[in-house]
Design a protein around this ligand. Structure first.
Ligand SMILES: Nc1ncnc2c1ncn2[C@@H]1O[C@H](COP(=O)(O)OP(=O)(O)OP(=O)(O)O)[C@@H](O)[C@H]1O
Length: 325
């Protein structure tokens, strides 16, 4: 288990993380989310032992991670870190890059594992190609295969699909995260993409203003976001006063409603004047203004005309499960 306690860190005078504490269990996948510059990469580098910290502690089981003043090279045999800039050997082949980290003493096992990793990362077709001739996305896949080859117990991933095209991303995500679960590899994954998170992560850590704003199981954090900031990271969200949704409600508080939870009706509900419809493939994302000119995003099966007035409804089930804000 990874245990981080009261961890604080500053780059010279700029405090980036303050009083961070959490635990990550064996085989658990935790997504680390937050706006750009909130400290996701810094947290991963601290855990890897790449940055010096004066306050707090980081432990993997009984092993304390202390930072560069205490060890010559960052990292430890049980832990691998895949940074945004992956560090491959350009003049040898894809296959050699992967196999280099497998034991030379067990050639059959090495061949089997290399094959498995080439398939997991969909690299079989490029196995003989020198890495320098690969595209950015292909190199990222080799880098992923290479860290997996080293059988870490703890894997730190920084935007692992950042360079990979959408065409491949979904399949790779499934392959990678299923592989991690199967091998019981604990993983902390910094990402901006909720598609990396919702189907796969066990828990989500949200960082903001140097602190952990929220840390809960993925489904709970999505269905009961405590802040609009968190909901924005996970989907298209709106803040809507409860009393416009529930006419009998006396509270002036708001709830978060995702765009897909608003239903268009021609007759009754929350009145909205349509401004723009965006084609999203199977549906339209519509922007409109509610009473008081406040903007709202919602989904519609068909495009709505600018200037048209419609009504929006939200199910009572959604209203009742949301936290008032
Ligand atoms: N080597 C450095 N020296 C000084 N400041 C740094 C350094 N690296 C990062 N920072 C600053 O620390 C803060 C956190 O950076 P970090 O890279 O951890 O954010 P992030 O959440 O990973 O961002 P992104 O999502 O854009 O990758 C930022 O304000 C950044 O400018």
């Amino acid at each position: 288990m990874l245990t981080v306690e009261s961890l604080s860190f500053a780059y010279e005078s700029e405090a980036v993380l303050e009083d961070i504490g959490f635990q990550l269990g064996r085989g658990e996948l935790m997504a680390v989310m937050g706006e750009s510059g909130c400290g996701k990469s810094t947290l991963l580098k601290l855990i890897y032992g790449e940055l010096p910290f004066e306050q707090g502690s980081i432990r993997w089981k009984d092993h304390a991670i202390k930072g560069p003043a205490y060890q010559l090279l960052p990292g430890a045999p049980f832990m691998k870190y895949l940074a945004q800039d992956f560090d491959l050997m350009p003049f040898i082949s894809v296959e050699e890059n992967i196999a280099k980290f497998l034991s030379v003493h067990y050639p059959e096992e090495t061949a089997r594992r290399t094959e498995e990793l080439l398939e997991t990362m969909e690299l079989t077709a490029y196995r003989g190609k020198q890495v320098r001739y690969l595209s950015g996305g292909q190199q990222q896949r080799v880098a992923l295969a290479r860290v997996l080859a080293q059988k870490p117990e703890l894997l730190l991933l920084d935007e692992p699909f950042g360079h990979i095209d959408h065409f491949r991303r979904n399949k790779l995500r499934r392959n990678l995260f299923e592989y991690l679960k199967r091998e019981e590899i604990s993983c902390l994954c910094a990402t901006h993409d909720h598609n990396d998170v919702l189907p796969f992560a066990d828990r989500v850590m949200v960082l903001r203003d140097r602190e952990i704003l929220d840390l809960r199981p993925t489904r709970e954090i999505f269905e009961q976001p405590a802040r609009l900031y968190t909901a924005y990271l996970l989907g298209e969200a709106n803040l809507i006063p409860i009393n416009i949704l529930k006419s009998y409600a006396s509270t002036t508080r708001n709830i978060i409603v995702y765009a897909h939870e608003l239903r268009v009706s021609q007759k009754s509900g929350l009145e909205v004047s349509v401004e723009h419809s965006y084609y999203m493939g199977g549906y339209y994302r519509v922007y409109g203004r509610m009473e008081g000119e406040k903007g709202v995003y919602f989904n519609s099966e068909k495009a709505l005309e600018a200037g048209e007035n419609i009504f929006l409804n939200v199910s009572l089930e959604t209203i009742n499960k949301r936290l008032p804000i």
